[in-house]
Design a protein around this ligand. Sequence first.
Ligand SMILES: N[C@@H](CCC(=O)N[C@@H](CS)C(=O)NCC(=O)O)C(=O)O
Ligand SMILES: [Fe+2]
Length: 231
Amino acid sequence: MIFRQLFERDTSTYTYLLGDEATGEAVLIDPVRETQARDVQLIEELGLHLAYTLETHVHADHVTAASALRDQLGSRSVVSIDGGAPCADVLVGDGNTIRFGEHTLEVRQTPGHTDGCVTYVLDGGVMVFTGDALLIRGCGRTDFQHGDAHKLYRSVHNKIFTLPDACVVYPGHDYQGRTSSTVAEEKQFNPRLGGDQTEAGFVQLMEGLDLALPRHIQEAVPANLACGKVA
Ligand SMILES: N[C@@H](CCC(=O)N[C@@H](CS)C(=O)NCC(=O)O)C(=O)O
Ligand SMILES: [Fe+2]
């Protein structure tokens, strides 16, 4: 499989390109408007055909390139059924699968950071794309977009920590230069959700965070609810 982890540095967002070598079919997870040209160039240079763009959630910090990529390359956009973005070509929920060539991404609904968060599991648990549900040694905040710390604790414990220990975790962001982790590492070392953390302890911790709003939230949320289409 062709696999590239791409970075958008203004919002520390990761975009993932996954491609099937035999058929050339590819998907982009969480493409960003500002890095569309870079990503299209790479897709073309590698001789890939972009079948789908997949959102892990309706982002609050950057605008998705989903609609613009649909216009440019004919890709179909995928968003959670609970994301509030009916503009998507494919609305997905628990157990749905997205195929590209010989590879499969299984959808797991992992609400809590937002109500429309989904996690994509590659080929039975080789890699997992967690969006902002589980970050490396952290997790997405739960203080806007119907965030709910109770739900996030259960999502991570029941839908992500149940994957194989060796499954490689690829998050939606990292603000400290880390690129990947594993399920085993996060179960052991995640300071918010790992070890013997309880749901009550996690909820208390999340309620105590005092974070500034993402800089682009006023523009990003409405734009992403329209799949990145801005008038
Ligand atoms: N300072 C950052 C904050 C971004 C932010 O709040 N990111 C969200 C994800 S959309 C989050 O959950 N961050 C978790 C954290 O910062 O620990 C910005 O303005 O872009
Ligand atoms: Fe987010």
